[in-house]
Design a protein. Structure first.
Length: 355
């Protein structure tokens, strides 16, 4: 559980000081300091175990005993201490991203920046004085920058309530540009506390910073359109190939090997060849051979014998087809038919094309 913020700024001789400014002095030589809010005496707590801070007396009714008020003053005072010796103030300008066009089923709309999401820009420079809660006409911003006695910029510190509409109008009427920052202990304590060499993290800016689209996001819509059309074309081609694969599978799953015979009383020898081709162009060749009516019927893949059945066996052709189908499934490669079961003399591989 995070501890409540402690007051770390005090008044000494009318000037704000961080309590650690007095840490190097012996206890009896530490000066009397006042609370910046109620102007009553406070006790310096500069031990080694706890973070340096000050404490009010137990019966104090000061508003700076409330965590929100302490956080507001600490942040405001820290800003003043850092900016009083600086000469420029930077903020971050963010890329607004890009608008993807709606194409078919591909949703369009805003997309986050995909390039240089943020860059540092100069917001204010060349002031010669920085004041805390100095009047600008009817309003008193938390921090006011002056150049030759003229207010040139302001910072408002938000704890629980943002700058209200009436104050915004009054500041705008005065012509004073301003930033609103959020009070936080991380802002003024720890290794990553803010310093003027870093862009000031802000919540609101008036006048608003002009919108920016980085070079990468400027080219993103055209690239998105090209990717979408490429994906649509690929999907169409994949569906076409899938349809062809299904049709081809159904075709070879249902095909039969039918031996051919001549008009002579004795059947011709069987010699049928089927050529298949994969997607890379590689080809394989199945063949069925039977030298004569008394010979075994043999199914081969190239020179490899896959099955051999004697002539007296029943349903030889059906058995051959079953072996062929199972073997083709086991190959693990998608092949397309180049030819049906044809005699070798009818196969012209030079003119074969994928169906």
């Amino acid at each position: 559980m995070k501890k409540e913020p402690k007051l770390v700024y005090v008044l000494h001789k009318g000037t704000l000081h961080h309590v650690s400014d007095f840490a190097g002095r012996p206890l009896k030589h530490r000066p009397d300091v006042l609370c910046p809010g109620c102007r009553s005496a406070v006790v310096l707590k500069l031990g080694e175990r706890k973070a340096h801070h000050v404490a009010h007396k137990p019966d104090s009714l000061c508003l700076l005993t409330k965590p929100e008020t302490v956080l507001h003053l600490n942040t405001k005072a820290y800003l003043h201490s850092q900016l009083i010796n600086a000469q420029s103030l930077y903020i971050t300008q963010y890329c607004t991203g890009w608008i993807a066009p709606e194409i078919g089923a591909y949703e369009g709309g805003h997309r986050a920046c995909r390039g240089e999401r943020e860059r540092r820009i100069l917001w204010l420079y060349g002031w010669d004085r920085v004041e805390v809660e100095s009047f600008v006409e009817s309003r008193k911003p938390d921090i006011v920058f002056y150049r030759e006695s003229k207010p040139v910029g302001a910072i408002e510190v938000k704890v629980t309530h943002a700058v209200d509409e009436q104050k915004r109008i009054d500041l705008k009427r005065s012509g004073l540009p301003w930033l609103e920052v959020e009070a936080s202990e991380d802002f003024y304590e720890g290794e990553d506390k803010w310093t003027p060499d870093k862009p000031l993290p802000y919540m609101r800016c008036d006048p608003p910073i002009l919108e920016r689209t980085c070079d990468r996001c400027l080219t993103a819509p055209a690239e998105h359109r090209a990717r979408v059309y490429e994906a649509i074309a690929k999907g169409r081609e994949d569906r076409r190939k899938e349809k062809e694969r299904r049709e081809d599978y159904e075709r070879w799953r249902k095909e039969e090997i039918v031996p051919r015979t001549s008009s002579r009383s004795k059947p011709d020898k069987v010699n049928l060849v089927k050529v298949l081709r994969d997607e890379s162009g590689g080809e394989i060749k199945y063949s069925v051979k039977q030298e004569n009516d008394d010979s075994d019927t043999v199914l081969m893949l190239g020179d490899e014998v896959l099955a051999s059945f004697p002539p007296q066996m029943t349903e030889v052709w059906k058995r051959l087809m079953d072996v062929y189908r199972e073997h083709r499934k086991s190959l693990g490669v998608t092949y397309r038919d180049v030819t049906g079961w044809e005699p070798p003399i009818q196969v012209d591989l030079r003119r074969s094309t994928i169906l």
